[in-house]
Design a protein around this ligand. Structure first.
Ligand SMILES: [Zn+2]
Length: 49
């Protein structure tokens, strides 16, 4: 399972847990959407470690 990784929005610098921001779709695309400023970005590469 994914730990509580905090993600910083590149637009408004708001920080939220990754599990609240990323939506993994059936085609394995990942969409990041900031709930504060509605910034949206697709197919972000996630780094491990
Ligand atoms: Zn934002």
């Amino acid at each position: 399972m994914t730990p509580d990784i905090m993600v910083t929005c590149p637009k408004c610098q708001d920080q939220k847990p990754i599990n609240l921001l990323f939506t993994a779709q059936s085609n394995q695309n990942i969409i990041y959407k900031c709930q504060s400023c509605q910034f949206e970005q697709r197919n972000i590469e996630t780094k491990k470690g």
